[in-house]
Ligand binder design. Sequence first.
Ligand code: 3PG
Length: 474
Amino acid sequence: MAEELYDFGMVGLGVMGSNLLLNMADHGYGVAGFDLSVDKTKAFEASAKSGQRLKGVNSLKDLINCLKAPRKIMMLVPAGKAVDSVISQIKPLLSKGDILIDGGNSHYTDTQARIEALKDSGIHFMGIGISGGEEGARFGPSIMPGGDKEAYNEVSEILKSIAAKVKGEPCVGYMGKGAAGHYVKMVHNGIEYAIMQLISEAYDILKHGLGLSNKELGSIFKKWDTGEMKSFLIEITGKIFDVKDGDSDKELVDFISDKAGAKGTGKWTSQSGLDLPMPIPSIDTAVMMRNLSSLKDERHEADKLYLTQLNQINTDRRDLENFVREALYFGMVISYAQGLAMLTKASEELQMDIPLEEVVKSWRGGCIIRSGFLDVFADFYKEDPQLRNLLLEEDIATSLKQKLPALQKVISLVAENNYTAPGLMSAFCYFNAYRRKSLPTNLVQAQRDFFGAHTYQRIDREGTFHTIWEPAKA
Ligand code: 3PG
């Protein structure tokens, strides 16, 4: 009797790849995986629970031959050359209608180019963003699929079954055409960078400004996680302060070098923000701070030169804690607002047709930026799918106006006492610029016209103008 065919194939059985397949197997799907490492393939097969259909294969050909048509194959290999190498090896083995998925963190322009390159073959290529790390992949990630709707419809049942669930709804939805899946995941990561930066600033002010211990800091973040800022990043921050260094009874966080790494998705978000253009200064600032943090030697030199003192902040502890909480809330809303506004613009500019409500709903669970905020935002986008910026929503305006005095207080204390809070400050500046109907950029226009004859528009009449700003030199 012919062997029963499998529902889904994976190329790359690293932790993410094998966990996603195990997740699918838990939901009753037959899954097959290939990895160059025979040991990984064996370990994957050995993790089958009784009754599950898990198969490890030793070649791409065997993988193709054991899958149901149309074949659904995901690659979870390092972004870049490895993806192209798998595509070139697997393409001759695939048939028209098969679906090849890149589940890694590829740059969206690479995904778009791969879609184009495979189009004539009839093979569907999808870029799918997956967030939630190893744990999410195993038990419920947030999944951001983009590409042909036809291909999405073929894989949607499997993706819905393995995704995280919020209020019974799976954290997955069709993110739009072309490379929309990878674009949405990129912006997700940009927002992630911005919120992480803001949390680190809150930590700095509370730790040094109030002299709080790690135990106290942990309790504050745990408390914040029960309120309006409930979110995965606040939750894990609360937990981080409890973890001891294995070699001493001190907390590990104090032994970790302050040079922050980055795999690049935050930088890509900033680059795309500049290209669109759409201002996303909270994300840019977070990328900048990771880069600045890596200038460790220079910072040491500058520290000796400037002898900067981080003063204790002389404000009532409860008051400052509350100010910082409200300022952080403000910054988090601004971070989401910038990322989502960027998606709205990209949806038009890059012709991706990104449905914002679906995006926000898919981020409510499973992913790194999941939070209570997103439940509320989903309703706004449901009411107005064309909403250009969350800041134009009345309920958001009410809450930001209410929290603004706390943000202003924190920023002035930061400035007076030499703290570093560029995330909070840039959220404030963005907000203040965005809500002003007139900005001093009329002067910039005058300067451009002065030195470059770049022309300008007037506020009192239609047309394009150029002025001779000073008499020609003799
Ligand atoms: C990831 O992809 O693991 C994170 O979402 C972002 O990683 P980074 O902080 O290393 O860029």
